[in-house]
Design a protein around this ligand. Sequence first.
Ligand SMILES: C[S@@+](CC[C@H](N)C(=O)[O-])C[C@H]1O[C@@H](n2cnc3c(N)ncnc32)[C@H](O)[C@@H]1O
Ligand code: SF4
Length: 451
Amino acid sequence: MTEESQLARLGLFDARVPRYTSYPTAPQFTDAVGSSLFRQWVGAIAPGSRISLYLHVPFCRRLCWFCACRTQGTSSDDPVIAYVETLKSELALLRDVLPEGVTLSRLHWGGGTPTLLPAAQMRDLARAVFDVVPMGEGAEFSVEIDPNEIDAERLDALAEAGMNRASIGVQDFDPEIQQIIGRDQSYDITRDAVDMIRARGVHSLNADILYGLPNQTRARVADSVQKLLSLSPDRVALYGYAHVPWMARRQQMIPSDALPRPEERLALFDTAQELFTWDGYEAIGIDHFARPEDGLAVAAKAGTLRRTFQGYTDDTAEVLIGLGASSISRFPQGYAQMSPATSGWTKAVRAGEFATARGHAFRGDDRMRARIIEALMCDFRVRTDELVADFGLTRAQVDAMFAPVADHFGAFVVHNAGGLAIPMPGRPLTRMIAARFDAYAMAKSGHSSAI
Ligand SMILES: C[S@@+](CC[C@H](N)C(=O)[O-])C[C@H]1O[C@@H](n2cnc3c(N)ncnc32)[C@H](O)[C@@H]1O
Ligand code: SF4
């Protein structure tokens, strides 16, 4: 049997498995977590410690058809300006509960398109953030930048506020593919945005690119990757295009019959991966590439890579607070998500309360499963010693939970005294292997989990 048919037999090409940016995953959240628990968890942050902050801006000037992000289109600045005012009120609520002396490890503005904020609002919002939580030493301030929605004035505002990492959305450079996915963005526009970003001393650059797009071929993906390489990003996220038109209605504009077959998707990923690694990038986790000197590559080598709602990170902060509609926070005690609808979030914050709508408080063996899943997604291995030391298990108990997974995935998984590891040929199955340790997903599917 070829490797491809073995992967097919294991269900790789039909599987719908989470990307595990958290465990349990967001669909498992319930309304058991509300604003009083959120306040309690914020209040329990150690005084003087470092936390990370995510600010969500759910607006875009254009609504690209391929995009599965929750965002609303607006041609006017009014709703955006009103949104920033509410974010500032939310930051004021945070100030009231945040313990003394807390500083930032990471600040990330994401969306949607945070760069559609007018320059004055960008400055204002950054000031409001640093008034509540100042940047700690060596902290990183990153912003998602749509190359079509940025100019010198707004970049000046971001650079002056301290942005030191920019993340640009590329997706694909091919004009015909751009047309079919409803995202017009010439190479020149992207290159100009990169030049403007670098001219302001922001030397860390991330780029997002997609494989599995309609009409994408290996030659076309190779061409896009080469164009991207000419811009020398420090990090690249190579995401598989998720076609979910029943959830993201805009995707109904994309003809399903133009999508590559699942086997071809794997070939597209492999083509892009080969080009990145030939060019000296390190492969990080399931879908990232980074220059060897980039923090992500350094963390991957040191075994300190982590996975959060924003994907892979070298951030070591225990707490990530998300502000803005639909944003998710992570605490040692669990997860908390703000109301997904901008209207509900605005109403709560204007009434002087956090808009926490749902979440999950860790219980039972959640933390152990979360550790196993994060380790597989980041390092492609889980060490038995670590589980024994941190969760009070015996080696026999750990072996008993790894053995059925090793049986199921055969040569694609290695199980020995050291633990469980996913060798190179098994890496496309990583999310499926992780899912075997997801008690919630396994219960829904009618299987028993690996533990
Ligand atoms: C929230 S978007 C923000 C990007 C920014 N607004 C822009 O357009 O450049 C972040 C990334 O999510 C990824 N993304 C959006 N929809 C996707 C989908 N259907 N499948 C896979 N990745 C997707 C894209 O790579 C995109 O750059
Ligand atoms: S890709 Fe970016 S600009 Fe396009 S709809 Fe999604 S968030 Fe908005």
